[in-house]
Ligand binder design. Structure first.
Ligand code: FES
Length: 313
């Protein structure tokens, strides 16, 4: 049986064991969210030995060359020595600068990082609590817009990060992990074409950033924002309506979750970005496709569900 080593500890694991499971069952608390290679919360650095990596393309070549691997995607074949990602060493310190409840379960978290962070609208970053709980969130802020980074946290469901988020206070410290590319972004080549932004719940967070990025870049086509939410959870409604009052090209549809998205009639040139829970994104994609939208004009960011955490807005 191969030996797994972390710091001064070593123990034997079954050949072929999943590295994340082997670490956690050996008492090394490595966080995880998606177990699918998306969130990167399970990254570890291999200092000796090489696991079988089932998703090498999930990391950049230079990261892999430094030994980083996603534990959820690796199997232990031979003796292996790893160092878990330590946000105190590798993360960027950040301070809570503002907290506001935008809806009963939606917390707006603003963080001031200790040094500037490079990111763009549509990307995610891992947020780490001081006690090592990690969860990825999409940026709702725009680079260069303000000194803070903004996130919209759905705190209505139980979860280790959400539990801690509810107890945060201004001045508290968090850590920012790596910035992760998301499937959503604004492409300046879309100028002049109809742009649809479809969100459920806090799926609005990245689309709020992308909307302002599109306007900042002078998008010349019509933009339609469709936000599906439960009663009382159409957060940012006033901000969206205020923006629409100044921008005739912008239409805002606040849609109750019971009504869902019906009668979608995209034009041939429409570009659609959808973000939210899997059921919403899958249904939206199917309806848009049935309505004639080519698949390559639809971009989706799905919040991954399941214990212990999910990719959230
Ligand atoms: S990438 Fe491994 S848990 Fe998400």
């Amino acid at each position: 049986m191969p030996e797994l080593q972390v710091g001064g500890r070593a123990w034997q694991v079954a050949a072929g064991a999943n590295l994340l499971d082997a670490l956690n069952s050996g008492g090394i608390a490595v966080p995880s969210s998606c177990r699918a290679g998306h969130c990167h919360s399970c990254r570890v650095r291999c200092v000796s030995g090489e696991p079988l990596d089932r998703l090498p393309q999930a990391l950049l070549p230079q990261e892999r060359a430094q030994g980083w691997r996603l534990a959820c995607q690796c199997q232990v074949r031979d003796d292996l020595s790893v160092v878990p990602y330590d946000p105190r060493l590798h993360g960027v310190p950040a301070q809570v600068s503002e907290l506001a409840w935008l809806a009963p379960n939606v917390l707006r978290l603003r963080l001031t990082p200790a040094r500037p962070l490079r990111y763009s609208a549509g990307q995610h970053v891992l947020l780490w609590t001081e006690d090592g709980v990690a969860r990825p969130y999409s940026f709702a802020s725009l680079p260069g817009e303000a000194p803070w980074l903004e996130f919209h946290l759905q705190c209505g469901r139980p979860g280790a990060f959400a539990d801690r988020a509810r107890a945060l206070a201004v001045g508290d410290s968090l850590r920012l992990g790596e910035v992760l590319g998301g499937p959503l972004q604004y492409d300046p080549a879309w100028d002049g074409r109809p742009l649809w932004l479809l969100a459920s719940g806090t799926g609005l967070a990245p689309l709020w950033a992308i909307l302002r990025e599109a306007l900042r870049q002078g998008h010349g086509g019509d933009i339609r924002v469709m936000h599906v939410a439960r009663p009382g959870e159409h957060y940012l409604a006033a901000e969206l309506q205020a923006l629409a009052a100044k921008r005739p090209q912008l239409t805002i549809d606040l849609i109750p979750v019971e009504a869902g998205l019906e009668n979608l009639r995209p034009l041939r040139q429409t570009l659609a970005l959808a973000c939210g829970r899997p059921g919403f994104v899958e249904t939206t994609a199917r309806r848009l496709y049935m309505a004639g939208l080519p698949r390559n004009q639809l971009f989706m960011d799905v919040f991954l569900e399941g214990a212990p955490a999910a990719l959230e807005g």
